[in-house]
Design a binder for this molecule. Structure first.
Ligand SMILES: Cc1ncc(COP(=O)(O)O)c(C=O)c1O
Length: 353
């Protein structure tokens, strides 16, 4: 598949300090862009990274019809670059687009747009282990029209940026809180799609959680405010005795790619993994009986993050841990090992370029 390619004349590389990378503020030299009009996708283009011109009446700015993905590329020691679980991210991208009535792009366009962008900007994939090139494919409604209707024009873009080691300061278990007055998603809504509005709707709760000294909100179900769903931008797991429990995908939780990797790997080790509803009271009870061994959140950004403390309805659960538990650590080491080609990849999760 060929795209039109316009190269940037002078690379930004010399201005980037790969030892001081943060998340989301540094971008590579190029971006991918493709337009959709009147039922047809036009030829894609790779061009220098930069602002895009938007009409003030652009439909996405008013009605939020948009979808995105978040994934990563890693460097092997031999210089090869691994784009991790591209197929799984494509599947979720398609499901999110279908939910938002956005025309689906083909697996080939999704794959080639990402691979060719990564290849042209391959020097932006950091060499150090745990650092990576974050990839952000996204698609948005682009009608210059005010009126609530599914748009007829769309734009699909991919941008990329090197990101640092999430745990550069060392791994500290995070503190979470539930919020009785807010909900994230209901069945039949868009909680299981990766759409910007889901995040916009959580900013107020996130800010309140952070002001109160918590890292993130632990979302509970919208009806009974009883069952655990997910955390900010991650899925959640509880190791209770020898069973690894994570809430099931019933339409209100984002189907995390890391969640899927963790379930698959843990099962392959013979661990009893259960995708089942778990109430916040059961979690607190398991803790008071001494059965709750580990809590961790999973996501592309940090892979596996330990949770050490949960506040709920005036009560506190404190695991009194100051580092990752053994299972969390083993999962983290295995997944980051696969990322960097140091652990076998029996399920072909790595696409090498
Ligand atoms: C709401 C939400 N849940 C869970 C996840 C974890 O998903 P993944 O493992 O695919 O990054 C994310 C991150 O994308 C998220 O935004």
């Amino acid at each position: 598949m060929t795209f039109k390619i316009t190269r940037r004349t002078e690379s930004k590389l010399p201005s980037i300090d790969f030892n001081q990378l943060r998340f989301g503020d540094t971008f590579s030299d190029h971006q991918f862009e493709q337009k959709y009009k009147s039922g047809e996708w036009f030829q894609g283009e790779i061009k220098p990274y930069g602002p895009i011109q938007l009409d003030p009446a652009l439909s996405v700015l008013h009605y939020g019809q948009a979808v995105f993905e978040g994934m990563k590329a890693f460097r092997y020691k031999n210089g090869k670059i691994n784009i991790f679980r591209i197929d799984k991210h494509y599947d979720r991208f398609v499901r999110s687009c279908e939910r938002m009535n956005i025309p689906v792009i083909s697996a080939e366009v999704f794959g080639e747009s990402i691979k060719q962008l990564v290849d042209i900007d391959r020097k932006f994939v950091p060499e150090d282990k745990f650092k990576s090139l974050y990839l952000r494919p996204f698609i948005f409604a682009a009608d210059e029209f005010l009126g609530v209707r599914a748009a007829q024009n769309y734009r699909y873009l991919v941008i990329a940026g090197p990101v640092g080691n999430y745990y550069a300061e060392g791994i500290k278990p995070v503190r979470l809180t539930t919020f009785p007055q807010y909900v994230r998603a209901v069945k039949g809504g868009v909680g299981d799609a990766k759409v910007p509005g889901n995040y916009g709707a959580t900013m107020k709760a996130n800010n309140e959680a952070m002001s109160a000294g918590y890292a993130q909100v632990l979302w509970l179900d919208a009806f009974e405010h009883k069952y655990v769903e997910e955390v900010g931008t991650s899925n959640i797991f509880f190791l209770i005795e020898d069973t690894l429990i994570t809430p099931p995908l019933e339409g209100t939780i984002l189907p995390g790619v890391t969640r899927d990797s963790v379930i698959h790997i843990a099962k392959s080790w013979g661990i009893n993994v259960q995708e089942k509803k778990i109430s916040i009271d059961e979690v607190f009870q398991a803790h008071s009986k001494g059965h709750l061994k580990e809590i961790f959140a999973t996501g592309t950004a940090a892979v596996v993050s330990p949770v050490g403390f949960i506040h709920h309805d005036g009560n506190n659960l404190d695991l009194k841990q100051d580092s990752m538990g053994p299972l969390s650590q083993k999962l983290y080491d295995t997944i980051t090992g696969i990322h960097h080609g140091e652990v076998e990849d029996p399920d072909n999760w790595c696409t090498l370029i």
